[in-house]
Design a binder for this molecule. Structure first.
Ligand code: FMN
Length: 231
């Protein structure tokens, strides 16, 4: 199985150890490609809109973003792992997601995204993880990913991995191993209702704009090339 891991922190702390536990619990022959943020995508989206109007290859940050995007496209399983910052995903994760907006269904979705599974693994000192997980889950859904599982922890005892009790670490590791047991093989994924609905709505929108635009937009050109829209 091809796995891409987006690490939302460069710190080799709690996020890192929980993620290692997940990866080490996967059997079989896996090819794992890992990115660490902010190192591997150090820039904010500057809002130039070149990706929307022309191509993502012309993004001023393409040299960082394209290797990540290409690894995502090639992977069977996407793993996003990050600590909760101020109840949300860390800014560096959001900065990467902003660069991927051009691949949302309202723009230029990729067919292969409909077949992928994703895991979002997070932790906080004690706050609920749901909002932070939603930050990534929302983007993935709009990119066409139907199978998204989340697992979040409140560390409770502190924020330094080495200082957590063995008991707490084992509790978390047990849950992670249980989650990992669902990802031992590549699985066929069907589009879920939400993705089907978003795709349908986007198709109607693209159909409408195609009628009115003087020059075919990059988005509509993509939809035509995919066979989703007739000129
Ligand atoms: C800037 C910053 C903001 C944080 N915000 C929260 C928060 O809102 N709620 C919470 O429970 N923990 C918060 N934490 C703790 C982290 O979620 C996490 O537990 C901690 O950074 C340990 O993870 P790490 O070793 O992977 O860095 C924050 C940590 C940092 C550095």
């Amino acid at each position: 199985m091809k796995i891409v891991v987006i690490n939302g922190t460069e710190i080799k702390g709690c996020t890192y150890h929980l993620k290692e536990c997940f990866l080490n619990s996967l059997d079989g022959e896996n090819t794992i490609t890992e990115f660490y943020l902010p190192k591997d995508a150090p820039h904010f989206c500057c809002g130039c809109k070149t990706c929307f109007f022309k191509s993502e290859n012309l993004c001023p940050h393409a040299k960082y973003i394209m290797p990540i995007w290409n690894a995502i496209l090639a992977a069977d399983l996407l793993v996003f792992t990050y600590p909760v910052y101020a109840l949300h995903a860390p800014g560096q994760v959001k900065a990467l997601l902003d660069h991927l907006c051009c691949h949302w269904m309202v723009h230029r979705p990729e067919k292969v995204m409909f077949k992928k599974r994703a895991v979002i693994l997070t932790q906080s000192i004690g706050a609920p993880n749901g909002t932070a997980q939603k930050d990534v889950a929302t983007s993935l859904t709009w990119m066409g990913v139907s199978s998204i599982k989340t697992l979040g922890f409140g560390l409770m005892e502190g924020v330094i991995w080495e200082e957590l009790s063995e008991k707490r670490k084992q509790q978390m590791k047990l849950k992670i191993k249980k989650l990992a047991s669902k990802y031992q093989n590549v699985k066929t994924v069907q589009k879920n209702l939400k993705v089907k609905m978003f795709f349908f709505m986007s198709k109607i929108m693209h159909k409408k704009t195609l009628k009115t635009e003087k020059q075919i937009s990059a988005d509509n050109q993509h939809w035509i090339e995919q066979g989703w829209l007739v000129k």
